[in-house]
Design a protein around this ligand. Structure first.
Ligand code: ADP
Ligand code: MG
Length: 633
């Protein structure tokens, strides 16, 4: 029989390394986190052969005093927490005290450090040898800070080494890690070299403008130019950063950076909230892009959930979810044509500056050609606790005009009724104003209709082309939604109440949520331990499969704690109705009707995309037109 024995230090560390050290990128992540925790503001990263030959990271942080050097390489040794209280209020990126030990056990690692508070003026080198990983310390030369050199990763764990991909793939992953961390700390300068070639060189970015520039360097200038900047605070939570306009979407969810108190995370709750916020405006199957920072009290989030610290658990997930959803939803709704136009000249051109050689507007990006950038340093502020007000702080166009429910009815006749003499006169006057370049509305004045599909309009910058049906559809839809909201959801009792057999958990859930469901027009009662009765439904859902809807709603609530299904379903129906009720192709519109549509677009929330996320209008600026005709070249 085999006897029980303690594992050697190295073997124990190698087992731990299985969880945290998967590939060169994970080594870089751990080492960079240590630099940041040490308060460095300059970090240099040197890589050879995708990281499998060499990873060398030098920082100018606080360093490690000589007496602690041996401990730095041993497992369960950390300077970042000391007791359980600390664990519940973590402000540092590291806290598990096992990264260096793990990395050291599967590579040839050398650490040189000179502490800020050193009593001598030499630096010290530490290495670990043998099965017990005993440390050897010797003097070395080094400025204040720390250099960790990791050579021949996985040289002693051939099974792991076999899983490494090509040099390029490994380097790409590693570079992605550097990007993520670079976006988490604008105050720190980063440089990254691969096989002696400079790949990234990012200066510290203290000002808002420099931060925007770093985001453009890391995510590509097209992202910054097609996104809005937000900064929203409510109930002790703050969300700020950049979110893409719905017309800038990607085929992959790859341009999505979400930080919680400076730590990048991937989280189902966050993805769900973001997805929901974009739901109404994003082209089916596409993904939004964002760089977002959530800040909250450290004690409200548990970071000790996963060895790689990629996941977190929010103490009040529901609050965070609702906050994210509302903040993003409102921000996207407030985008008006005038926000996208206007500041074209004020924005510094960032074209072609992506250091990693990625095309500026890669394949995965759908971006309407005419979209122009807007200087959005003003940011977005809001207050959810109070009036749910959100406005652009710095005069980015007028604040959203609230839609009155009666606008809906007057609206539907807006484009088909006879055009009065007075309206024609108004248009003529408006056109004259355009000639004089004063008072031109953002989307300009209509000049013609093309093939019964597009409206051509002239504004201050050039030519606006509007997809008539798409624009009208969005406007009708938004009007119907707000009419629905302001008048409340009309409900009707079912002539024959519908009883549904459900599980006990679902019945409990229905009982608990009865009030919330009633607010959405759905009246449910519990009939028995495993049965519920639906007595009332929203009028608009009269023809729907109520049993299926109720089942889906209950399973949503059980899984996510909330369900948007009724509202979504309602929105879907409204969207279909809007689509059928909107101007079809080949309808001749008068100039006055076209102008009325343009003015409505300027007023309506989310009017930049149709209900399917396609753009409703584009701008061809005079500059772009001049280029087409090689004018002035
Ligand atoms: P953790 O980061 O979880 O504490 P690590 O194994 O990554 O564990 O590091 C162990 C300790 O070594 C840290 O707590 C820190 O005190 C020290 N250390 C590691 N890297 C650095 C560095 N670049 N600068 C200063 N101290 C460092
Ligand atoms: Mg660490």
């Amino acid at each position: 029989m085999t006897r029980i024995a303690l594992l050697s230090q190295r073997l124990a560390n190698q087992i731990a390394a299985g969880e945290v050290v998967e590939r060169p990128a994970s080594v870089v992540k751990e080492l960079l986190e240590n630099c940041l925790d040490a308060g460095a503001d300059r970090i240099e990263i040197d890589i050879e052969q995708g990281g499998s030959k060499l990873i060398r990271i030098r920082d100018n942080g606080a360093g490690i005093v000589k007496d602690d050097l041996g401990l730095a390489l041993s497992r369960h040794a950390t300077s970042k927490i000391a007791n359980l209280d600390d664990l519940e209020n973590i402000a540092s990126l590291g806290f598990r005290g096992e990264a260096l030990a793990s990395i050291c056990s599967v590579s040839r690692l050398e650490l040189i450090s000179r502490a800020q508070v050193a009593t001598d003026d030499t630096a010290w080198r530490v290495e670990a040898e043998g099965q017990e990983m005993s440390t050897a310390i010797s003097p070395a030369a080094h400025p204040q800070g720390t250099t960790v050199e990791v050579r021949d990763l996985f040289f002693n764990t051939p099974a792991r080494k076999k899983f490494l991909r090509t040099e390029k793939t490994e380097f790409d992953r590693l570079e992605e890690v550097v990007k993520r961390l670079a976006l988490s700390r604008f105050d720190v300068a980063f440089s990254l070299r691969h096989n002696q070639r400079v790949i990234q060189h990012l200066h510290a970015a203290p000002s808002a403008q420099e931060q925007q520039r770093r985001v453009a360097l890391v995510c590509g200038p097209a992202f910054v130019e097609s996104s809005i900047q937000i900064d929203i605070e409510a109930s002790g939570l703050r969300l700020w950063g950049w979110v893409s306009l719905p017309t800038f979407s990607r085929s992959q969810a790859d341009l999505q950076y979400f930080y919680v108190n400076g730590r990048i995370i991937r989280d189902k709750l966050v993805s769900h909230a973001v997805k929901q916020a974009y739901q109404d405006v994003l082209f089916h199957g596409r993904h939004p892009a964002f760089v977002l920072y959530l800040e909250l009290q450290p004690s409200l989030v548990d970071v000790n959930v996963h060895p790689t610290k990629h996941e977190v658990r929010f103490r009040d997930g529901r609050l965070v979810h609702d906050f994210l959803f509302r903040a993003l939803h409102k921000a996207l709704a407030s985008v008006r044509p005038q926000d996208r136009l206007g500041a074209e000249t004020g924005t510094e051109s960032l074209n072609g500056e992506s250091l990693n050689g990625e095309p500026v507007n890669g394949d995965g990006v759908v971006s309407a050609p005419g979209y122009t950038s807007v200087e959005r340093s003003a940011g977005l502020t809001g207050d959810f606790a109070g009036q749910e007000r959100i406005s652009f702080a710095g005069g980015l166009g007028s604040s959203p005009t609230p839609l009155q429910s009666n606008q809906f009815s007057s609206f539907s006749s807006g484009y088909s009724g006879p055009v009065s003499q007075q309206r024609v006169a108004e248009q003529v006057a408006a056109y004259a104003r355009l000639q004089n370049d004063e008072d031109v509305p953002p989307l300009g004045f209509a000049i013609a209709q093309l093939h019964g599909i597009y409206i051509l309009a002239q504004n201050a910058q050039g030519l606006i082309i509007v997809d008539m049906h798409a624009a009208h559809e969005r406007i009708t839809y938004e009007h119907m939604k707000s009419a629905c909201q302001s008048e409340g959801i009309k409900a009707q009792p079912l002539l024959v109440p519908l009883s549904i057999a459900v599980s006990q958990a679902e019945a409990d859930c229905a009982e608990q949520q009865a009030e919330a469901l009633l607010a959405l027009g759905v009246g449910i009662e519990r009939a028995a331990a495993e049965s519920i009765v639906v007595r009332q439904i929203p009028v608009i859902l009269a023809g729907a499969d109520i049993e299926q809807l109720v089942r889906d709603v209950l399973s949503d609530v059980l899984e996510h704690g909330s369900s948007e299904r009724i509202r979504n379903y309602q929105d879907e129906l409204l969207a279909t109705m809007a689509c059928h009720g909107s101007v079809r192709a080949n309808r001749q519109l008068s100039i006055a009707e076209m102008n009325a549509l343009l003015r409505d677009m300027e007023r309506t929330e989310r009017s930049g995309q149709c209900n399917h996320g396609r753009p409703t209008w584009v701008l061809q600026s005079l500059d772009q037109l001049d280029k087409l005709f090689l004018r002035g070249q």
